[in-house]
Design a protein around this ligand. Structure first.
Ligand code: ZN
Length: 369
């Protein structure tokens, strides 16, 4: 009897201490004036999961029924994983990286338009130090038949700036093996490198669909960079890295002709969108009557490339062609009010393009929790 009483007393004390921790956490956050925005991603993730756990435990200790499956609720609060819907398909936007590009407006062309760009950024209250930030948004779409990933981020080990895709997929409950198909828009490191891990395909059961012209460009004896504003010093290394990745991924690379091609029973259409690279592609996803356009690298900024589609970033291989392509896609998406997704637009990267005449505006879709 004494033993039972002692056990009951210990249980009660445990419950009380959990309630205390749950009550104290918000106070602790306030006392240390920690705004979630000011925390590093790893600390934000830790705090989110700690808050999620404490809230769950409070429910248990107060005698309420525990949720049958509390995991999805916690997932919605993970700061680099955003779940949404495309028609009948489940979709996730997972942030793989974020950092301001050091060169800022020095990356933007034409050079003589930089004062105009600067004025626009100031008008919109943007901070000088992150005039041109790099968001890296990875789209994952799941139907009852397929789990599809669109580009794969920087790869490598997770750090404060990048490499968050792996942990994001785990939070969403998506194993690398469960991915059935992959699409690659082009071969820059923030898109391609995450497809390989330790010398092998990171998603072993997924073919990687891409345009043949993208492979041909990088494997040609002398890839033509005559039009780019990229730093030429880095080109030999970049070419070598791309070729190495193609070699590692050879068995899963599935090239397509330079034309609009629909795959996976109508779920994904590859649309050539040349300019950023020779074989750059956009992807249109269709499900349950909804159309969703992945803009990939047609925009590297949510203000600049929309205010004036003629403004380009130094990363374009063929800037003139990228402007022409952008104008075609912007005008069609604005006319049709297509829901769009940007690889480099502010996370989670979902929105629509509005024609303002003579330019356009990116209207980000509000988050839905
Ligand atoms: Zn990119």
């Amino acid at each position: 009897m004494l033993l039972i009483l002692a056990k009951a007393a210990t249980k009660q004390a445990y419950k009380l201490s959990i309630v205390k921790v749950a009550e104290d956490l918000p106070k602790l956050v306030r006392r240390h004036a920690m705004s979630l925005e000011n925390l590093s991603p790893s600390r934000r993730r830790f705090l989110s999961s700690a808050l999620g756990t404490s809230i769950g435990l409070t429910a248990l200790s107060s005698g309420q029924e525990p949720e049958s499956n509390p995991q999805p609720t916690a997932l919605k609060r993970a700061p680099h994983v955003y779940k949404f819907q495309i028609g009948d398909a489940e979709a996730w936007s997972i942030s793989d990286a974020y950092f301001p590009l050091r060169e800022g407006l020095g990356l933007m062309w034409p050079e003589e338009k930089r004062p105009e760009m600067d004025a626009l950024l100031q008008e919109e209250g943007r901070r000088k130090e992150d005039a041109v930030p790099l968001y890296v948004n990875i789209l994952v779409v799941r139907t009852d038949k397929e789990t599809v990933i669109f580009d794969a981020g920087f790869g490598g080990k997770e750090n404060e700036r990048m490499g968050w895709l792996t942990s994001g997929l785990a939070l969403a409950g998506i194993s690398p093996e469960s991915i059935t198909a992959a699409f690659l828009s082009h071969s820059h490191s923030d898109h391609l490198n995450g497809f390989a891990r330790e010398g092998k395909p990171a998603f072993p059961n997924a073919e990687i669909h891409l345009l043949q012209s993208e492979i041909d460009f990088w494997r040609s004896p002398e890839p033509d960079f005559s039009e780019t504003k990229r730093n030429r010093k880095n080109l030999p290394n970049m070419i070598k890295t791309v070729r190495n990745h193609f070699d590692m991924l050879e068995e899963v690379l599935t090239p397509h002709k330079q034309e609009t091609t629909t795959l996976l029973g109508g779920l994904v259409t590859i649309e050539p969108a040349p300019g950023h690279t020779t074989g750059h592609a956009c992807f249109r996803i269709r499900s349950g009557g909804e159309e969703f356009l992945h803009l990939m690298d047609l925009a590297h900024h949510d203000l600049l490339m929309f205010a004036d589609p003629n403004w380009t970033i130094a990363f374009d291989h063929h800037p003139k062609q990228s402007v022409e392509t952008r104008k075609v896609f912007w005008s069609e998406a604005a006319a049709k009010k297509t829901r769009c997704y940007g690889f480099h637009l502010p996370f989670p990267g979902i929105g629509t393009i509005i024609e303002t005449g003579p330019g356009y505006r990116w209207a980000a879709e509000p988050w839905r929790w």
